[in-house]
Design a protein around this ligand. Structure first.
Ligand code: HEM
Length: 221
């Protein structure tokens, strides 16, 4: 058999290509401090607020992209997180949690890029979709456990609902199916490379948000 005849599946390509960026995001000082239990619940709330802006941008696209041949298959209602984030934020900040809420500059830049992809580049939207939702289904579960322990949220309850996918019974099977969607992405190799680049950009946009959050919540030495 000629091994070169079997091209690397796109799901493998995008995971491998973004590995370094993943490590950078995962080990950012804000994430390390948050998951190390060194920050208060106010930092967790601020982080959750930023996620709300990002997921609103990702999910307000659902209608516009549902019929799109490239991004449409990824519009999966069981992934939607906006309602869960709003429930968590009401728990963290009370009924007026949204009053006066503004995104950090890095969050605003992230949202602007997602919106640009929604408007004009469905394959780029897929890169953003992958970067967030597959991460939430993976490392997100580690974050949930730590948050429950550190700030005393009920297991899978208010405060950490963002990390609980009620509509996904078997996350491993779901991720396999999701990778199948990536592998079937109906675009050519050049466009796939652009999607990989956009995924790296999505990671960088996340890391920039962590950097700003880290500045807002520096550890008192
Ligand atoms: C401290 C924070 C994080 C931890 C502990 C973590 C941990 C993990 C782990 C263990 C996996 C592999 C799961 C598996 O193989 O099924 C994973 C996958 C992933 N993570 Fe993270 N992660 C973190 C932060 C992030 C961030 C900030 C992002 C992007 C915004 C992200 C995006 C992803 C993606 C896209 C995958 C799927 C890779 C693939 O299989 O294609 N992660 N993460």
């Amino acid at each position: 058999m000629d091994a070169s005849a079997t091209p690397t599946p796109f799901s493998t390509l995008i995971r491998t290509a973004s590995h370094e960026q993943h490590t950078e995001a995962e080990t950012s000082s804000f994430m390390s401090d948050l998951l190390g239990g060194r920050l208060g619940v106010d930092a967790y709330r601020r982080y959750t607020e930023q996620l709300w802006f990002v997921y609103r941008a990702l999910e307000s696209a659902s209608e516009a992209l549902a019929q799109d041949p490239v991004a449409g298959p990824f519009v999966l209602p069981e992934l939607a997180r906006t309602a869960e984030l709003e429930r968590d934020l009401a728990h963290l900040g009370g009924p007026d949690w949204a009053a006066g809420l503004a995104p950090l500059p890095a969050t605003a830049a992230y949202v602007a890029r997602v919106e640009e992809c929604v408007r004009s580049w469905p394959a780029g939207y897929v890169a953003h979709h992958y970067t967030r939702y597959l991460g939430d289904l993976s490392g997100g579960q580690i974050i949930r456990g730590t948050a429950e322990k550190t700030w005393g949220f009920a297991r899978k309850g208010d405060g950490v609902r963002f990390y609980v996918f009620e509509g996904i019974g078997n996350p491993a099977a779901f991720k396999r199916a999701y990778r199948g969607l990536l592998d079937a992405l109906p675009v050519d190799d050049l466009e796939k490379q652009r999607v990989v680049d956009e995924c790296k950009r999505a990671f960088a946009l996340n890391t920039a948000v962590f950097r700003e959050l880290g500045r807002e919540f520096p550890l008192s030495a």
